[in-house]
Ligand binder design. Structure first.
Ligand code: NAG
Ligand code: NAG
Ligand code: NAG
Ligand code: NAG
Ligand code: NAG
Length: 234
């Protein structure tokens, strides 16, 4: 088991090792099949994993996050975090599940409280969450996975993976940007962000310091080629 992953007492660890050899890895969470605190999802191609992890290794003041990391990199390298601003004190009683309203939520099994939710209105309550080969976690219609209601690629944290959306969505009105972490232990947002300022994709993309100070820009898209004036190689 990798350092930082949710471990139970050694006795239970032995039981987990025994059971995990009989259980194939999975990439999907569906109603009635949650992800328990010590468990993980692995994308079909093996490149990405999702689960709970602690960044501190400090048992008196841990910071547990639910996130996605590179499964092939031995040093824990998160690419996305759900509860960025609200780390958990532990993960033994936490689970990631499909709630009754169709949302993907982190539940505290002890007091049944919801610690994080994808917070979308889904027209159907029968949804599934799949960790895709791209590293995107997609909440979709269980009957048709191409109908996506929520995806981690639209809610980036500090990493922009190929296929993620940077820009401004006319449909949702959401601005898709990514923001640096505060530091390697505290994954709450730091002071750097990249993306359009707001509804200004035609002016190009910006690196922004302290939420408002633009300090570098791609320059405007020239409209004819996929080129920005300050990034002719793109
Ligand atoms: C763990 O956290 C506690 C409380 O913040 C702190 O006093 C202690 O020094 C930390 N231990 C280590 C090894 O960082
Ligand atoms: C879950 O709830 C129990 C009981 O209220 C609490 O002691 C524990 O700290 C909670 N766990 C998390 C991760 O919030
Ligand atoms: C699934 O949804 C997509 C997008 O709405 C649609 O094009 C496709 O026909 C649907 N497939 C089935 C089997 O219903
Ligand atoms: C975004 O920009 C478009 C075109 O520049 C404009 O029509 C639209 O009203 C703007 N939307 C908002 C929310 O500012
Ligand atoms: C960051 O911006 C806020 C207002 O947007 C300002 O009050 C604050 O002084 C700025 N911080 C620094 C270090 O410039």
């Amino acid at each position: 088991m990798s350092p930082g992953a949710c471990t139970l007492f050694p006795l239970f660890s032995i039981l987990i090792i025994i059971t995990s050899t009989c259980t194939a890895t999975r990439d999907t969470i569906s109603s009635g099949h949650p992800l328990a605190g010590h468990d993980k999802l692995v994308s079909e191609n093996g490149k990405f994993a999702l689960g709970f992890f602690d960044t501190t290794g400090n048992t008196t003041a841990p910071r547990w996050y639910l996130g996605i990391w590179f499964n092939t990199v031995s040093k824990l390298t998160p690419v996305w975090v759900a509860n960025r601003e609200s780390p958990l004190a532990g993960c033994a009683s936490s689970e990631l599940m499909i709630s009754g309203d169709g949302n993907l939520v982190i539940l505290n099994r002890s007091d049944r409280s919801i610690l994080w939710s994808s917070r979308v209105n889904t027209p159907t309550k029968k949804t599934i969450a799949v960790l895709l080969n791209s590293g995107n976690l997609a909440l979709s219609d269980a009957a048709n996975s191409s109908i996506v209601f929520w995806e981690s690629f639209s809610h980036m944290t500090d990493t922009f993976l190929p296929g993620a959306k940077l820009g401004w969505s006319k449909v949702t009105g959401l601005t898709h940007r990514f923001m640096s972490n505060r530091n390697t232990l505290d994954l709450s947002h730091g002071v750097y962000s990249a993306g359009p300022l707001a509804n200004t994709t035609n002016r190009g993309f910006f690196l922004v310091w302290n939420y408002s100070e633009e300090y570098w820009s791609t320059g405007p898209w020239n409209g004819h080629y996929f080129r920005f004036s300050n990034m002719p190689e793109q």
